[in-house]
Design a protein around this ligand. Structure first.
Ligand SMILES: Nc1ncnc2c1ncn2[C@@H]1O[C@H](COP(=O)(O)OP(=O)(O)OP(=O)(O)O)[C@@H](O)[C@H]1O
Length: 206
């Protein structure tokens, strides 16, 4: 039994979702359900709609049929974190300034110490005062992981989360995922690669 550290019990239910992009059908009849402590992996060849499905779950793309219901707190509290390939970093700001900005968006407005701790957790504390433009691809991905740490949202949507990470970065991601699941969070990840934490179930798009 998972201990839920989040304010509400967590569930994500999708029923008979259908997706069109540019007027072209991408998938249909997609249903799944997920609870806190569980990981859903979305797999399938390029162009089958993995990212589109994540965007649909996030409410960024409307289904042409079906529905998604997420129970995980209130809109005001914020219940989703979408980690996509775009890292959301402003290049002229330092890593610390970027994370401070994001922490305000997450409603936390945390101090430098919490930002340092989040960066240390993802192996990026040494780069805290560098402008984001100076980060390597993998370091930018790690900064994205630091955002995950700071956001404290119950449902994580991860698009190719291991992409660009070295072996140590994958281990860091695995640690964050396990901590999140142990706290009762839920994770939905679109991936071509093996996730550092085995999925509870897998949804294959074709
Ligand atoms: N903005 C858009 N307008 C029109 N078609 C789009 C748009 N975005 C994506 N598509 C199309 O939707 C389909 C699904 O794209 P999506 O990015 O969801 O696939 P994916 O499974 O995540 O692919 P990959 O494995 O390459 O990341 C593709 O055929 C793509 O060309």
């Amino acid at each position: 039994m998972v201990q839920n550290s989040f304010p509400s019990p967590i569930s994500v239910n999708a029923e008979e979702l259908a997706c069109e992009r540019g007027g072209r059908p991408i998938f249909e009849g997609i249903s799944f359900s997920l609870s806190g402590g569980e990981v859903l992996a979305i797999v399938g060849p390029n162009g089958t709609g993995k990212s589109s499905l994540l965007r649909m779950i996030a409410g960024l793309l409307f289904p042409v049929a079906g529905s998604v219901t997420i129970k995980a707190g209130t809109l005001e509290e914020g219940f989703l974190h979408f980690l996509a390939y775009g890292d959301g970093l402003r290049s002229v700001f330092t890593v610390e300034e970027n994370l401070k900005l994001w922490s305000r968006i997450y409603g936390g407005d945390v101090g430098g110490e919490a930002i340092y701790d989040a960066l240390e957790e993802v192996g990026l504390a040494h780069a805290m005062h560098l402008p984001a433009r100076a980060l390597s691809t993998g370091q930018r991905r790690r900064a994205g992981l630091a955002r995950l740490v700071l956001s404290k949202r119950p449902v994580w949507l991860l698009d190719e989360p291991t992409s660009g990470l070295d072996r140590d970065g994958e281990a860091v991601l695995g640690g964050l995922m396990r901590t999140h699941l142990d706290a009762g969070g839920a994770i939905i990840a679109a991936t071509h690669l093996t996730l550092p934490v085995p999925p509870t179930r897998t949804l294959e798009l074709q």
